[in-house]
Design a protein around this ligand. Sequence first.
Ligand code: ZN
Length: 245
Amino acid sequence: MTEALYFLDCYLKEFEATVEKVNDNKFVVLDRTAFYPESGGQPSDTGKLIRKSDGVEFQILYAGKLNGDISHEVASPVENVSTSLKAGDKVKGVIDWDRRYMHMRMHTATHVIANVIEKEAGAQITGNQLGLDQSRVDFSLEAFDRDKFAEYEKIANDLIAWSNPVNFYLVSRKEAEEKLSRLTTLAKGFSDEIKEVRMVEIEGVTIEACGGTHVKNTNEIKGIKITKLQNKGKSNRRMYFTLVD
Ligand SMILES: [Zn+2]
């Protein structure tokens, strides 16, 4: 199982690792990685792997989970197999920080705004998808009063402006399930065999089980703006938001 370095240090931009295997001359599994694999509505990191022996760079387009491992997709497989990455190669990994950091801000903002519409409107969050330009939160809500969302946006921005620290710690899965009435949609990244769950606490706002990447203080989010509200039939609603400086 790949050691997930992003799990305990979301600010890690570079790391050293060893190639464990390469599938189809294209999908690289390392012993450890800081690349976040797509999950829980958060897109994967991109970046590069640099082979230590000769400095050859391999662009990474995508990272995904594969049977407990994290697989890195190399952009263009090198024609000559002898020059492609192989098991045992030492590499330096570098993630595209601007992309990751935007996802960290978007992700943490999603915790805040989702929590506000849960508490204030009584909505039930059903899904989310983060993006670089905008993110989406899906929720279930019978009485959909669009005018209220300007108020929810303001509450969220006030919480963000309070510079609340974001903490995380590990608890047993059993303990987490007892403590929490629910595991949020943001927690879908956990697979069944995982015995320890990471709790993410935004002080004064929310505490949830979540495996994604977060900023360490809400002031890094800066602010949010709700850009679109949609009716998706019955009680299903969709909200889009962007980040503002
Ligand atoms: Zn999260």
